[in-house]
Design a binder for this molecule. Structure first.
Ligand SMILES: Nc1ncnc2c1ncn2[C@@H]1O[C@H](COP(=O)(O)OP(=O)(O)O)[C@@H](O)[C@H]1O
Ligand SMILES: [Mg+2]
Length: 1041
């Protein structure tokens, strides 16, 4: 019976994890009946998807003894049992009916795939529950049913298949995937273990997980990049009906989906040629192609053969299988992009149509046919006994016997296999029981892995006496471990009188609780140990030392936070994660978590570089820690990796994603090197070498040249400090801003503007002068280097000064003239609020110098760069200038009106005075009566003129005075700003003790005092000046009137 089945797709959202809680994350996922809505944290439209099932496992739960349970019966929270009810049950029933069944878990790393599939401690996932239910069902029907279950477990890492149940040495390059006509693709030589109980399967899974853990540490691989595939092969022989059914149950925990897109948006020379996870990318392509097929597109090629995973899942995808997919989501806003991509993926998957059939394999048909044949022979024998010759009967009996033997052989083979597997399992079980017993008695170290699923899998006991730990396993007193940076003899554990200590051997790295150790150190219960570059262990003391604490808090993040703290990168005090979380800046939190995530990867990259003789060193940097944008706002912080060649001091700065991408390529190179016996690596062509890049100019730091003075047409001469990303002083740049005439002549004090809005609509010319760069740190480190300065003035293109080489204090001697033909409000606002950001670029031998492209840049006939070009567009220009004209006319009009009324008032005063004096004069000196009217009018006129001139000169002198005071104030502000910068820069040294810290605080307080005094003085001086100007103005206008 052939039916069309669509892939059933479910989505599950997990609770916030610690990082997300600390970062104050917001849940962007909501669910209702069978739909999921994802809210864009940036305010974009919400996305809604519908699926066969949705599981809300984000909130509404309580934890009892580590078990996640719904807070109230029938509550919203979907626990493991709830997920099993739909998906697990679906898989189980399909398999029992004889269909192949597949269950895939898809989602970004940490979204809950393994938790859903395998589960954790008291929260068993789909796989263990499925096994329990399967065996339960088989035992219930054992009267009418004979069954066989085979278990296998494999991992696909970097397109290699690793058998996780393999007992012997691993095949180099992994197992081969073969294809046979009737079987399809299969893994050649994969161990299939017969099982007859769920406990046995669980045991095997534990064994597989252990193998996975050691594989990751041995080959320096990352479990989030690997796919784990568990296959249960179920055979059911229904003796009464003479039917045999066979089904394959494939349970797949896929690699973290985020890898699919490789290194994010960042361009990397090596990105194109590498598929970070070919299997996952191909799975995406297969799903897309199948979704297209389902939509009726013809001639679609489904690229099953392009990767190992899709070969093995061919039946599951569009073939003979009932397939289920669970897509897991993080609820957090910071994971929005990943969650959206997961939902889109899942949405496509649900369109895939499969054609599942109940299976009868040839072997079973043989048994069935043999049985039918036997029945026929028996019948013939009984019917024809009398008639046939002796010969014939003999022949029939022989055939009958032969057939029965064959049937028995097939059945006993299974019995034998099962017995063998049980013996093997008993051995394993005995060793696990032994391990559990030892855990109750002895101290030990416990592995801690980045993948919680693989943590606590390896336990190394430290019995009485001295124990060598390292790669070596040459003596019985050796504890053999492998991992990056582990020496042959790495350290010695001593256990005597119930005390355990550890001594690192010369040249080996050992970190305890975040601190590097070079001498013998006594261990306390729950101490954190890092051996080599990144082999992390938790020390479990004698049972008498163990309390009730929850060990699970000492996870991988905890180890890395502790290391970061030792490097001075703190988030908050260890152990009180939520104490200040409310106040921590989320962007800083994100950087902190990136830092601790990259730290172990960096240690590994350094170790690989050393072992592969690559002679490059990696160091983490926090980008923009001390830098701000053109308006002085903090720039977004981010992590960068500084790569330095130890050979020639060349430096590269890699983005986080580029480093992660490269790290994977390094791992591949390293694994290849290990596979080839760890000798010297053959030369890798440069174009494929992940440790190498062509040299490029490097952004060393930035300086801010504030443009405010230009708005007043005041010249500015500054010594600017170029700050590196982390606040280091990279250089001092001498720069000037000079307002000038169109021909480049400096303006005089008289041209200073009181009101910058006077610039609007007028031409503005100014020059940027870059005189010299002093004390270049970049050059002090190595002389075969050079620098350039890049900057972008308003809407002009990015310009660069010519390169200067081999000089710590190079002369730049650059004078660049800019012109705005008609200053727009936008330019004016820019001048008043922004700084010109001068970028200092470091050049290294062999790198291409930075050049500007003047395409589209206008120049005046004098050759200056035209800025503010947008305001030149005709329409904008007309409206703007009309508006400006109107405004100016209004102003003129009102001032003329003022003048008129003043003049009138003046005239009346003068007339009154004249009349009074005339009366006096007529009384005293009649003789003067002959003074001509013409003379008098002349006097009146000149008086009025003088008053007018006085008034206007009084106004212009006030303006000049104000301009001067502003200039003084502006200059004093420059020195105040320098003080502020000094204060910001001044930090205690990293290893400062308490005494030094006290000194630092005193110094800082003294500087702060100087700063505030200067600030107050400057402001007070300005206030005084302004008050004096206002007073004088009043006095004069009083005298005048
Ligand atoms: N449904 C859930 N309920 C509670 N905790 C969960 C759930 N899903 C995931 N987690 C927690 O999230 C962490 C990461 O989950 P994990 O399954 O290891 O992710 P993945 O396998 O996708 O990388 C684990 O520590 C796990 O305890
Ligand atoms: Mg996982």
């Amino acid at each position: 019976m052939v039916g069309k089945d669509c892939v059933k797709v479910a989505v599950r959202v997990r609770p916030f994890n610690k990082r997300e809680r600390d970062a104050g994350s917001v849940c962007v996922v909501s669910m209702a009946s069978s739909s999921v809505t994802l809210q864009d944290p940036c305010g974009g439209p919400s996305r809604c998807f519908s699926f066969d099932h949705v599981y809300w496992s984000h909130s509404g739960f309580s934890r009892e003894g580590g078990r996640y349970l719904a807070q109230e019966p029938g509550g919203r929270y979907a626990d493991q049992a709830c997920v099993f009810q739909d998906l697990g049950e679906g898989v189980l029933q399909s398999a029992l009916q004889g269909y192949n069944a597949t269950l895939l878990a898809y989602g970004q790393t940490g979204s809950g795939k393994s938790s859903t599939m395998l589960g954790h401690g008291p929260n068993p996932g789909l796989v263990p529950t499925l096994c329990h239910r399967l065996f339960h069902s088989l035992t219930q029907h054992q009267d009418s049913l004979q069954s066989q279950v085979f278990f296998s477990m494999l991992e696909i890492y970097n397109e290699q298949v690793v058998d996780l149940l393999c007992r012997g040495a691993r095949a180099p390059g992994g197992l081969r995937v073969r294809e046979e006509q009737h079987r399809g693709f299969y893994v050649e030589g994969l161990r299939r273990v017969p099982c007859d109980s769920a406990v046995q399967v669980e045991q095997l899974m534990e064994q597989g997980t252990r193998a996975r853990t050691t594989a990751t540490t041995h080959t320096n691989a990352n479990s989030s990049r690997s796919h784990m595939l568990i296959t249960l092969q179920l055979k059911q022989i229904f003796s009464r009906e003479s039917i045999t059914k066979q089904s394959f149950i494939s349970l797949v925990d896929l690699a973290g989906s985020e890898r699919q897109r490789g290194s994010g948006s960042e361009a990397d020379r090596l990105k194109e040629g590498t598929a970070i996870n070919l299997s996952l990318t191909t799975l995406g392509n297969v799903i897309s192609a199948l979704a297209d097929v389902a939509l009726g597109r013809r001639g679609v090629h489904v690229p099953y053969r392009d990767s190992v995973l899709t070969k093995l899942l061919q039946a599951a995808l569009g073939g003979n299988s009932r397939t289920f997919m669970i897509a897991t989501l993080s609820p957090a806003d910071i994971c929005y992009e990943e969650s959206l991509s997961t939902l889109r993926y899942a949405d496509r998957a649900k369109r895939i149509q499969n054609r599942a059939v109940v299976n009868e394999s040839p072997t079973e048909r043989l048994v069935k046919e043999l049985k039918v044949e036997n029945a026929r022979l028996t019948q013939r024998l009984s019917r024809q006994e009398g008639k046939r010759t002796e010969e014939e009967s003999k022949e029939l009996r022989r055939l009958l016997r032969q057939n029965e033997l064959q049937i028995r052989a097939i059945q006993t083979l299974w019995e034998q296999n099962l017995q063998e597997a049980l013996r093997d399992w008993e051995q394993q079980y005995a060793s696990i029981t032994q391990e559990r017993r030892m855990m109750q008695v002895h101290p030990y170290i416990l592995n801690i892995n980045e993948d919680a699923q693989l943590s606590g899998v390896v336990k190394l006991f430290i019995l009485e006496g001295d124990w060598d730990i390292g790669l070596s396993d040459s003596s019985p007193r050796c504890i053999s471990i492998r991992g990056l940076g582990i020496q042959q003899h790495h350290a010695v554990f001593s256990n005597s009188q119930h005390r355990v200590s550890v001594t690192p051997l010369p040249g080996s790295k050992l970190i305890i609780n975040g601190n590097s150790i070079s001498q013998k150190a006594e261990l306390q219960h729950l101490d954190r140990l890092i051996l080599g570059s990144n082999s992390t262990f938790l020390f479990i003391g004698y049972p008498s030392e163990r309390g009730e604490e929850d060990w699970s808090r000492y996870d991988y993040d905890y180890f890395q936070s502790e290391l970061a703290a030792a490097e001075g990168i703190h988030l908050h005090s260890q152990g009180e994660p939520s104490g200040v979380s409310g106040q921590t800046d989320p962007s800083l939190l994100a950087v902190f978590y990136d830092y601790i995530k990259l730290m172990p990867m960096l240690a590994e990259a350094n170790q690989m570089s050393q072992e592969l003789h690559k002679e490059v060193e990696f160091k983490l940097e926090i980008k923009n820690l001390a830098l701000s944008d053109a308006r002085g706002h903090d720039l977004e912080k981010d992590i960068a990796v500084r790569v330095t060649s130890l050979k020639n001091r060349q430096v590269w700065l890699w983005s986080k994603s580029k480093f992660v991408n490269r790290k994977y390529l390094m791992e591949e190179l390293y694994q290849q090197h290990q596979a080839e016996g760890g000798g010297a690596v053959g030369p890798v062509p440069r174009e494929r070498d992940p440790f190498w890049d062509p040299v490029e100019p490097l952004l060393l730091g930035k300086a801010h040249l504030w443009l405010q003075s230009l708005a007043f047409r005041i010249a500015l001469d500054e010594q600017l400090e170029v700050l590196g990303s982390e606040g280091t002083e990279e250089a001092i740049v001498q720069a000037q801003l000079i307002p000038c005439s169109p021909t480049g002549l400096s303006l005089s004090e008289e041209d200073i503007l009181i009101d910058p809005s006077e610039l609007l609509g007028r031409r503005l010319d100014f020059q940027l002068v870059l005189d010299q760069c002093c004390g270049l740190r970049w050059l002090r480190q190595a002389r075969d280097r050079g620098v350039q300065i890049g900057f972008q003035m308003f809407d002009c293109v990015q310009l660069f000064t010519p390169a200067v080489w081999h000089n710590v204090n190079p002369l730049l001697d650059q004078r660049i003239h800019f012109t705005s033909l008609q200053t727009s409000p936008a330019l004016l606002e820019y001048l008043q609020t922004s700084a010109l950001v001068l970028e200092l670029w470091g050049l290294q031998e062999g790198c291409v110098e930075l050049a500007w492209c003047l395409e589209g840049v206008g120049t005046t006939p004098e050759g200056s760069f035209i800025i503010d070009q947008a305001s030149d567009t005709p329409a904008v220009c007309t409206v703007d200038s009309l508006q400006r004209d109107l405004e100016a006319l209004r102003k003129d009009n009102s001032s003329l009106r003022d003048q008129l009324s003043m003049a009138k008032h003046g005239c009346e005063c003068v007339r009154g005075q004249a009349e009074r004096s005339q009366a006096e004069r007529s009384q005293a000196e009649r003789s003067q009566a002959e003074r001509s009217q013409a003379e008098r009018s002349q006097a009146e006129r000149s008086q009025a003129e003088r008053s007018q001139a006085e008034r206007s000169s009084q106004r212009s002198s006030c303006e000049v005075e104000l301009g001067r005071s502003l200039k003084v104030f502006y200059h004093s502000m420059t020195s105040v700003r320098a003080l502020l910068q000094g204060l910001r820069r001044h930090r205690p040294s990293e290893d400062a003790g308490l005494q030094a810290l006290r000194l630092y605080v005193c110094e800082q307080a003294a500087q702060l005092k100087v700063f505030s005094e200067e600030l107050e003085q400057s402001v007070a001086a300005l206030k005084q000046d302004v008050a004096a100007i206002v007073r004088r103005k009043r006095e004069r206008s009083g005298t005048w009137s």
